[in-house]
Design a protein around this ligand. Structure first.
Ligand code: SAH
Ligand code: AVI
Length: 320
């Protein structure tokens, strides 16, 4: 009972990983930065704001699906512990907890790169559920899944919020194969994913009228500035969100309207961003039932159940 945290990305670790990714990403054509670096305290707070925007339907759709289907999913899965990847705030886990019937969930293992958000979440959770054992893992789900604590019973691994869509196809496969290896007999994987839909709804969700998503996008440069002593001017970049039909994804970019020179001091690197050039910061892949099932199948997972409102879907998988 209570709170315990294993920290696998401390400041030094974050600095080194960010340094490697920035060195590589800003030398590429097009320039790119991995979206996991959006999430410092300010980025997580901006994401929370995004989830409440009228245009950003994803969180509301997922909550509604959980409200309707979590009970059935948990009745079938009967987990004694829930591992949640990219957990962020505890709202979705609380929905799962509220739906448990029969087997009680004793342990919650949230995994997130943002240790602050995990600590705040655990505090809120334990106030309401002091009987719970919260074992947080402050780490990167693409690098640290081998460090998850050993299971204490049947497991449900939840990967909600359509965060799976932020990985490219190779990254999704790597992660799903690793998750399949973690799933024992009877364990389940619950994945939330956004579905392909009309262009206007998709682009509005990633380019809201209040400009919150634009600020979230620019925050990645604030993280790079602070952590690597760089001097990008985030305000001089325009937020771009566009649908890429061939790859079934909304792409977020930061576009320079003027030529800009920046220095990344910790890397001894000068970066020229030409007028009109973009830095690609995020891809948000959208799925269909067919593409989702194929993705699970290729990773050695079977689709146990599929719950959708036509906008968003919850897929329950198991190791084949
Ligand atoms: N699951 C929540 C939060 C989604 S936002 C929801 O559905 O609302 C994405 C979350 O994943 C953030 O909290 C971010 O810090 C975390 N995250 C992104 N990339 C990550 C990575 N590679 N490893 C661990 N956490 C990551
Ligand atoms: C966390 N992730 C699923 C969000 C998404 O929709 O891809 C991140 C986000 N980016 C812009 N708005 C929200």
């Amino acid at each position: 009972m209570g709170y315990h945290a294993d920290v696998h990305v401390d400041r030094a670790g974050l600095h080194d990983a960010l340094a490697n990714d920035v060195r590589r990403g800003l030398r590429e054509h097009p320039k790119s930065l991995p979206p996991k670096y959006f999430y410092d305290a300010a980025g997580s707070a901006l994401f929370e704001q995004i989830t409440r925007l009228p245009e950003y339907y994803l969180t509301r759709a997922e909550h509604a699906l959980l409200d309707v289907h979590a009970r059935g999913i948990l009745r079938e899965a009967r987990p004694e512990e829930i591992v949640e990847l990219g957990a962020g705030s505890p709202g979705k886990f609380q929905r799962l907890l509220a739906a448990t019937n029969g087997t009680p969930v004793r342990r919650y293992v949230p995994v997130d790169v943002d240790g602050g958000v995990l600590q705040d979440s655990a505090r809120a959770l334990l106030r309401r559920h002091p009987e719970l054992d919260v074992h947080a893992v402050v780490g990167d789900f693409e690098r640290h899944l081998d460090r998850l604590p050993s299971p204490t019973g049947r497991r449900l691994i939840a990967f909600l919020g359509s965060t799976i869509g932020n990985l490219d196809a190779a990254g999704r496969q790597r992660l799903l194969v690793e998750l399949r290896e973690l799933l024992g007999t009877g364990d389940r994987l619950l994945v939330g994913m956004d579905l392909v839909k009309n262009l206007a709804a998709l682009e509005a969700a990633y380019d809201d009228a209040q400009g919150v998503t634009a600020e979230f996008n620019r925050n990645i440069l604030r993280v790079v500035n602070r952590e690597l002593h760089a001097d990008f001017t985030p305000e001089a970049f325009r937020h771009v969100a566009r649908w890429n039909d061939a790859d079934s994804r909304v792409e977020m970019h930061l576009a320079a309207d003027q030529r800009q020179m920046a220095t990344v001091k910790d890397l001894g690197m000068a970066v020229a961003v030409e007028r009109g050039e973009t830095i690609w910061t995020e891809s948000c892949h959208k799925f269909t039932r067919v593409s989702a099932e194929a993705m699970l199948c290729t990773a050695g997972l079977s689709l146990v159940s599929w719950h959708t409102d036509g906008t968003y879907a919850l897929a329950v998988g198991a190791a084949r």
